[in-house]
Design a protein around this ligand. Structure first.
Ligand SMILES: *Cc1c(COP(=O)(O)O)cnc(C)c1O
Length: 346
């Protein structure tokens, strides 16, 4: 059965043109620097975010952890928001690989909106004075788009970059969905990337590649990261097979993300017409829709949707559900989902 799969944009599969590019990719041993397709992907990715160099790695988690490992000394502190992927969904790897300590700021701003973080909260956590009792801040991390589906505005990125420079601490951006963020802001990824020292982005989320993420930064940073990628077991051989798909992700699939955002907004608007559901459609900024069911049992709803050919994530507490649109999800699919939810509630 072909499900309408709204669990995540990681479920996108390689397109026909990707499969053809993979089948005919010119490859070599990338550990020797000999794979022309990987080299092309790394050059293309770096240029796309206006950084000097980029490195192809197996996953987004790998790229983030490699960034921590390359920027920081053991025992240093990383300041980041409590809700971010590095804290919530990377299995505590920062303690194991880079040997760093996390210092978190809360994701909610004073005004009650969780949309944006407060740059002052990050600054208050930085410690750089030399005292043998205190860990030193080695890195600030941001996430854009955020895992909660919100996009940090360029003004926020600029404020953070000013703070980082004032304290001489680098910033890494978890840009798993940086092209969604750029699409939402009506800008280019490089306009976001200019405010950080390094960033990672995923090729395997809404961009349809089967595997892979990129880490980008200065030439010096990427050279160091290349050594540490080997240490982490992430140096791959004829990886051009994968890089061939990655090039299509960046050259073509990146340009169609607005369609996913439009479908997400349409879904949010339709959900807002349903009595039992709390949602503000204007909160939908990228391809992720969050809504809250007041009374319905969402675990039962997830089961019901599945019986009707629809997959949704049911792991959120307090009646919250997340639906993610992506390549292969159409407006007609959204209509079907809405119909089945209404049927369930009736
Ligand atoms: C998916 C994701 C990652 C990690 O990517 P994997 O390839 O699944 O390891 C990191 N950060 C954010 C915000 C993500 O959404």
């Amino acid at each position: 059965m072909d499900y309408i799969d709204l669990r995540s944009d990681t479920v996108t599969e390689p397109t026909q043109s990707m499969r053809e590019a993979m089948a005919t990719a010119v490859v070599g041993d990338d550990v020797f620097g000999d794979d022309p397709t990987v080299n092309e992907l790394e050059r293309y990715a770096a240029a796309l975010v206006a950084k000097e160099a980029a490195l192809f790695v197996p996953s987004g988690t790998f790229a983030n952890q490699l960034a921590l490992f390359t920027h920081c000394e053991r025992s240093q502190e990383v300041v980041l928001d409590d809700d971010c992927h590095i804290i919530q969904h990377e299995a505590g790897a920062g303690a194991v690989i880079a040997g760093v300590q996390f210092r978190t700021v809360t994701g909610k701003t004073e005004g009650g909106s969780s949309a944006c973080l407060n740059p002052d909260a990050f600054e208050a956590k930085i410690r750089t004075h030399k005292d043998m009792h205190e860990p030193q801040t080695g890195l600030l991390c941001l996430e854009n788009a955020r895992a909660c589906g919100k996009v940090l505005p360029l003004s926020f990125m600029e404020d953070m970059s000013r703070i980082a420079r004032r304290h001489n601490v680098p910033i890494h951006l978890d840009g798993a969905r940086v092209f969604n963020a750029a699409t939402a802001l009506g800008t280019q990824a490089e306009d976001i990337a200019q405010h950080v020292d390094s960033l990672m982005f995923c090729l395997s989320k809404g961009l349809c590649s089967p595997v892979g993420s990129m880490l980008a930064g200065s030439a010096d940073f990427i050279e160091k990261a290349r050594y540490k990628r080997k240490l982490m077991g992430g140096a791959m051989r004829q990886a051009g097979i994968l890089a061939a798909a990655g090039l299509i992700s960046l050259q073509e699939m990146r340009l169609r993300l607005q369609e996913d955002h439009d479908n997400a907004v349409y879904l949010a608007q339709q959900l807002a017409t349903i009595d039992d559901i709390d949602i503000v459609p204007a909160d939908t900024e990228i391809n992720m829709v969050f809504c809250t069911f007041r009374t319905a049992d969402t675990a039962l709803l997830v089961e019901y949707l599945k019986q009707h050919g629809i997959l949704a994530m049911g792991a959120f507490p307090n009646g919250t559900m997340r639906f993610v649109t992506h390549h292969g999800i159409t407006k007609e699919h959204v209509d079907k989902v809405i119909g089945v939810i209404k049927q369930f509630l009736a």
